[in-house]
Design a protein around this ligand. Structure first.
Ligand code: GLA
Length: 375
């Protein structure tokens, strides 16, 4: 950590992780999602160099990235690739503008836990390079170049939600993000006397990248089949459930299930916004449980550890809702928990989880936050 403190920067950037209240796996299906940036962040320091080298040091990982701007090849070290991808796409947008610099970063965002440490890394790094080298990239350009970096350098064909929320988050609000128009409306995060508690399973199944990409393809195939009869639908989330049901016997079962989930989850997100506006935390919580059911049985991206944590909260009136969050196959559950019950809840569920799986949970009580910013 000394290295971090002793590094005297030209600029500093703070980049948050994100949660997603509801609207899972539908950003790439043209749906509405409801994320927020959170108070767990990556802190970057940047300083210009006189040569063309780029050195990036993480306080958590060995193997600093040392690269020249004209040699942006993929690295065998996975965290390097997020940054190399960002540099690659910045260089395409701003040819010959990237000069050498040093960067160090430290993070309190757990990796592989579904709170998007990768988008925080990409977007914070891009924002810092943009400011340090005065490149005048817009937030929209930063969001989309970071998404492309994730697709092509990290290999996840992700939607736009994570990068969008990391850049555009506003404290005390969720973003109702329209993933077709790539615009958002702010929804006040009023949960009355409740807190958002994330429970990290500390499981990160290898399936998360490969199965993620399979899901995006399954959804595309389902949409392609539906469009043969109904060409007016451009996105799976727009197809009403009655029309999807017409295809029950024509579509492969998996594709049918994915389509039902996407259509229903989209409706749930819109309902959740109404419940938030009416401060109806009970109904909101019920939607979270329905979302989890869908992710478990129709979309099939949950796992036994996540299911156990969600099931543990059912019938407990102090927990209004719970569901897996993010890509799935491990990572966190998101729980809406009565303020005065949070400590006891964490205690009880951690003990039960330890007994069941012999794994320690990591709880995080999170608050909403602003998006990535130059300090
Ligand atoms: C990952 C992706 C997002 C989104 C979620 C699931 O976090 O990066 O684009 O698809 O999974 O909702």
């Amino acid at each position: 950590m000394e290295k971090f403190l002793n590094f005297l920067p030209d600029i500093e950037v703070e980049s948050p992780g994100r949660i997603n209240l509801i609207g899972e796996h539908i950003d790439y299906n043209g749906g509405f999602v409801l994320p927020a940036a959170i108070d767990k962040v990556i802190h970057f320091k940047f300083k210009k160099r006189k040569d063309n080298l780029i050195h990036v040091q993480s306080m958590a990982f060995d193997n600093p990235l040392k690269i020249e701007i004209n040699k942006l090849d993929k690295s065998p070290i996975s965290w390097h690739n997020y940054l190399i991808g960002v540099l690659y796409y910045i260089n395409l947008l701003c040819p010959d503008k990237i000069q050498g610099f040093d960067c160090v970063f430290k993070s309190n965002l757990p990796v592989g836990s579904g709170i998007s440490s990768s988008a925080a890394l990409e977007c914070g790094f891009a924002k810092g390079v943009n400011e340090l080298l005065k490149l005048n990239l817009s937030n929209q350009e930063i969001i989309s170049l970071c998404q492309r970096a994730e697709h092509d350098f990290a290999g996840t064909k992700c939607g736009i939600m994570d990068q969008y929320a990391v850049i555009n988050g506003i404290d005390n609000h969720f973003l109702l993000l329209n993933c077709q128009k790539i615009t958002h409306k702010l929804v006040p995060a009023k949960l009355l006397n409740h807190k958002i508690v994330l429970l990290n399973t500390n499981i990160s199944h290898n399936l998360s990248t490969s199965e993620y990409n399979v899901r995006t393809q399954e959804c595309q195939s389902a949409l392609d089949s539906i469009k043969l009869k109904y060409p007016e639908y451009k996105f799976l989330c727009d197809v009403p459930i009655e029309i999807i049901n017409e295809f029950k016997t024509n579509l492969p079962l998996n594709h049918y299930k994915r389509a039902v989930f996407a259509s229903e989850e989209n409706q749930r997100t819109l309902k959740a916004v109404d419940y938030l506006k009416n401060e109806d935390v009970v109904q909101l919580g019920n939607l979270l449980y329905s979302s989890h059911e869908g992710l478990r049985n129709l979309y099939e991206v949950s796992c036994k550890e996540l299911d156990f944590l969600v099931d543990f909260t059912i019938n407990n009136s102090s927990v209004k809702g719970a569901r897996m969050m993010g890509g799935g196959f491990g990572g966190c559950t998101l729980n809406i928990v009565k303020e005065d019950y949070v400590d006891l809840f964490i205690n009880d569920i951690s003990q039960a989880y330890l007994e069941k799986f012999n794994i320690k949970l990591t709880p995080h009580i999170v608050k909403t936050n602003n998006g990535a910013k130059v300090l």
